[in-house]
Design a protein around this ligand. Structure first.
Ligand code: ARG
Length: 411
């Protein structure tokens, strides 16, 4: 074989070096010098009547109007010169207005340090103003009510941190891929909590406010003393991003340790001191009691539990994509033969292979709505071993216990 001529070799090396430099340059540009800018836009929608339930962010009325507004914003900016800079929009308030509903929406943009602040405000403002003046289709907006204000980065971040079910890490676009049984990235499942007995991971739990967690009742079997438990946050158990002592453990009154039927497998846990929300630690949304997650809904289950039945817990948070299985199917003779009660929901695959396992108990089963907001569907409860054919994971159905959770925590 003939060796490459030296000048050809040099050319190839040069090309590779140039390519690497370009890739590194782009990465540095996007990861380090990228900033987020927040704007607060307000305007009145005149073809929707204000409804008092719009005060509640999880109500159907709030979600319906917010979806429309956010879709309008996204379409507008994606069709504009700012399409590369636009991240997302999030409706934060719907207020009563004499002529309809006053909307407050937060808009998020990526801007690099060499962009000019004023010029960008002008651009965002003129794009939106123009859009609101033309017919918006299903939303009628009074353009004279439109105002756009710059928001301090800190205020924008705080606002998002204090909304449930959002994950707005800078890495979102890179980590928003879907697959089963893989390690989670920082900030991907910010509500995931590890409950530890004498410092050892025992169960998962989910942050539902700055002081309350929900988890499974069976985690506290024979160990109900709050002083022996701690909660840790972040994607690795060791070292955790944050820790809290436990003030109070409230197990469902009707749960019994001796019961083999797994009913009422729900508990709420109060932290000793409130959590400060960050990009990596924040709460999930609780669905309203009437909400029904349909058969086949794509969900994610996360936890530090075993990778296979009887295996040890692991340090890196894992995630798996599972689908909701209809209770009638899950109750079939070859599946769980009638053991699934209305307070339970099955998720996984009848073929097996992907499932939660020992040590995941108490942890979240979540799904995102059309707005990209994450809701707690279930609490890891039980299963026949793990990932076996015809033996999907069984979860405590959160909507079924929604009122109980509200009665105990006020959330
Ligand atoms: N009960 C188990 C625990 O304490 C979790 C069971 C979940 N099993 C399953 N196959 N999905 O961690």
């Amino acid at each position: 074989m003939k060796l490459l001529e030296p000048w050809k070799l040099a050319l190839i090396v040069l090309a590779v070096v140039l390519f690497l430099a370009l890739v590194i340059g782009l990465l540095v540009y996007f990861l380090l010098f990228d900033e987020m800018y927040f704007y607060s836009g307000t305007f009145t929608v005149t073809n929707v009547q204000y409804n008092p339930s719009m005060e509640k962010k999880t109500s159907k009325e709030f979600k319906d109007l917010s979806t429309k507004v956010e879709t309008l914003m996204t379409r507008t900016f994606q069709a504009s010169i700012l399409n590369k800079k636009y991240i997302k929009s999030h409706v934060v308030h719907l207020n009563p207005d004499a002529r309809g509903v006053a909307v407050e929406v937060v808009l998020m943009f990526h801007f690099s340090s060499n962009d000019n602040r004023e010029a960008l405000w002008e651009r965002v403002n003129s794009i939106l103003r123009r859009r609101l003046q033309t017919n918006t289709g299903y939303l009628e907006i009074d353009p004279s009510t439109f105002k756009l204000a710059g928001m301090k980065m800190e205020n924008g971040v705080n606002l998002l941190n204090n909304s449930c079910g959002l994950r707005i890490s800078k890495l979102n676009s890179f980590t928003d891929r879907i697959s089963g049984g893989m390690s989670a990235q920082d900030g991907e499942w910010p509500w995931q909590t590890s409950l530890q007995l004498s410092g050892i991971h025992r169960c998962g739990a989910t942050l539902i406010s700055d002081t309350w967690l929900v988890t499974a009742a069976h985690c506290f079997r024979g160990q109900k003393n709050p002083r022996e438990w701690t909660a840790s946050f972040g994607t690795v158990v060791r070292p955790p991003k944050m820790r809290r002592f436990i003030r109070n453990i409230i197990v469902h009154e009707k749960y019994s340790d001796n019961n083999a039927d797994h009913d009422y497998d729900v508990a709420v846990v109060q932290l000793s001191a409130p959590i400060e929300f960050t990009n990596d630690i924040r709460m999930v949304c609780l669905p309203e009691a009437f909400y029904v997650f349909p058969h086949n809904t794509t969900c994610f289950v996360t936890g530090w539990g075993a990778l296979s039945f009887d295996g040890p817990s692991i340090n890196n948070l894992q995630q798996a994509e599972v689908k909701i299985i209809d209770t009638n199917i899950c109750n079939r003779e070859e599946v769980y033969n009638g053991l699934i009660t209305p307070g339970m929901v099955c998720a996984g695959y009848l073929e097996g292979k992907v499932d939660a396992c020992q040590g995941d108990s108490g942890g979240p089963l979540v799904t995102a709505d059309r707005r990209g907001i994450w809701y707690l569907v279930g609490i890891v409860s039980w299963g026949d071993e793990c990932a076996k054919r015809n033996k999907p994971g069984v979860y405590t159905r959160v909507t079924y216990y929604r009122d109980w959770i509200a009665a105990k925590t006020g959330i």
